[in-house]
Write a protein that binds this ligand. Structure first.
Ligand code: ADP
Ligand code: MG
Length: 466
């Protein structure tokens, strides 16, 4: 924009404010795309600039929160560039419109959901559904102890004609395969039962569409679209936790669909009880099958790396694979990212993958995963936790009350340090590496069999990592 433009438009007054605004949103629109613009920016009204603060209003509280969370920073930046008197952007709910534009009362949506059924059009769902990643199939999903239950549940849902359980609630930490499993369900259904309409979308998208429907008074269409789904899958539902009425309305929609016998699949990063949602919603979510995906084990990481290396048709030395599986323990996404980088680098420089190159390429990633915990620290913490003496970590006593904590300490030593099995054995009173191996296997087994024990180990791991 030219200096003259700014100058002409800085003679204050309503007119120039609205010109500034037009200019700002034109830029923002390019940045955020048409859909987001229509939903969140277009409804904004500019009131005034007062004492360095640009005052904007939006029709609803929800929109205010959203605009503040997502766009205010960018808006003030753009505004500051245009008019350096503006130091801050303020968003408020437009008082005189609040009554009309707040999301409708729950009854109204419920009423909508209960309207007589029309013939569902399967294509509707396909249009509505977010694109699916063709790589996210059951075939490409590596199954191990931490995810076998979730995997089995997902398969069951994708193969069943009737509803085996409703909803299926998948939960687990970031990058552990929730989205992958959901896409796999959707694609399996599409391949084997193309007539069944599947809608997959993120909770964020769902909410955004919902809000838009409310604003455009198109809730009937909205409802129709979702009623056309035989299987509705909503990813990352934690996104709408704590979003007050939106959350409430979402679950009324959800309930209505369940009542109509539609399969629902939901994912979240927490269990239903930990989502911080209302009790009755939690119990609704708990009604179906709740399947969690645990943190990866070394074996699973190995399996995943091997499978990904094959998919990339890359020759990755076993040593490098093991090294990555040891070092990148945070989640599968990072693990995959690490492997991709190593492979891409090798192809780029036209050399074979080596340990040395791996170290070089993944320098930063490895450092982030490098916890620098010592075995001594681990022994000390674990001994404290289980209330035994540190000397018992080295002693020959085999009573379970000391043997078990010792095994946990060995297990954590393997997980959290770069020490080899013989090195770890030596630190535990000169034990053999097979003893350490046995301990690791034992702890893995117990973690799966006994959730209380699993939590103990997890807690210790987190304590040691921090
Ligand atoms: P989440 O949704 O739980 O955050 P994603 O499903 O997006 O995680 O998974 C992150 C990445 O890790 C994806 O590329 C996915 O394909 C991959 N991934 C996760 N778990 C597995 C698995 N068991 N086997 C193969 N790939 C996996
Ligand atoms: Mg995901």
């Amino acid at each position: 924009m030219s200096d003259r433009w700014i100058k002409n438009n800085l003679e204050s007054g309503e007119h120039s404010i609205s010109n500034q605004w037009t200019h700002i949103v034109t830029q923002l629109r390019e940045d955020i795309g048409e859909a987001a613009y229509q939903s969140w920016i277009k409804p904004i009204k500019v009131r005034k600039i007062d004492g360095g603060v640009a005052k904007l209003t939006v029709p609803t509280r929800f929109m205010r929160d959203w605009v503040i969370a997502h766009y205010v920073e960018k808006l003030s930046e753009l505004w500051g560039q245009l008019n350096n008197e503006v130091k801050q952007v303020d968003v408020e709910v437009n008082a005189d419109r609040t009554a009309r534009s707040d999301p409708p009362k729950v009854e109204s949506l419920q009423a909508i959901m209960e309207e007589p059924q029309s013939v569902a059009s399967p294509t509707y769902g396909n249009i509505l559904s977010a694109p699916l990643d063709p790589r996210f199939t059951f075939e490409n999903f590596v199954v191990g102890k931490p995810n076998e239950f979730a995997y089995a549940a997902a398969r069951r849902v994708s193969e069943a004609d009737s509803l085996p359980f409703n909803p299926l609630f998948l939960y687990g930490g970031v990058g552990l395969g929730k989205t992958h499993l959901m896409h796999a369900i959707a694609q399996h259904i599409k391949n084997t039962a193309p007539k069944r309409a599947v809608i997959y979308m993120s909770a964020e998208k769902f909410m955004y569409r919902f809000i838009r429907a409310l604003r455009e008074k198109a809730t009937v269409d909205f409802k129709e679209q979702f009623r056309s789904a035989d299987t509705l899958m909503i990813d990352d539902v934690q996104f709408i936790a704590g979003k007050e009425s939106t959350q409430e309305e979402f679950f009324h929609t959800f309930n209505a669909l369940v009542d109509q016998g539609r399969q629902i699949v939901i994912s979240a990063d927490k269990s239903p009880s930990d989502l911080g949602m209302e009790e009755r919603l939690v119990s609704r979510l708990n009604c179906g099958l709740v399947a969690d995906i645990h943190a990866t084990t070394f074996e699973l990481r190995l399996g995943i790396l091997q499978s990904k290396a094959e998919q990339l048709s890359a020759q990755v030395p076993q040593k490098v694979i093991e090294f990555l599986a040891h070092k990148i323990t945070s989640n599968v996404r990072e693990l995959e990212g690490g492997l991709n980088r190593v492979v891409a680098h090798a192809q780029l420089v036209g050399r074979e993958i080596s340990m040395e190159a791996t170290h070089d390429v993944l320098h930063d990633l490895l450092r982030a995963n490098d916890r620098r915990v010592t075995i001594d620290e681990i022994q000390k913490r674990v001994a404290e936790h289980f209330n035994i003496r540190i000397s018992d970590m080295h002693s020959a006593r085999r009573a379970r009350s000391v043997a078990r904590p010792r095994q946990v300490a060995m297990y954590l030593s393997k997980q959290l340090t770069a020490r080899s099995l013989p090195e770890i054995g030596r630190k535990f009173g000169g034990r053999d590496h097979t003893t350490v191996m046995h301990a690791i296997r034992k702890v893995d087994e117990l973690r799966d069999a006994d959730p209380g024990f699993g939590e103990d180990v997890e807690l210790l791991r987190r304590m040691l990592e921090s």
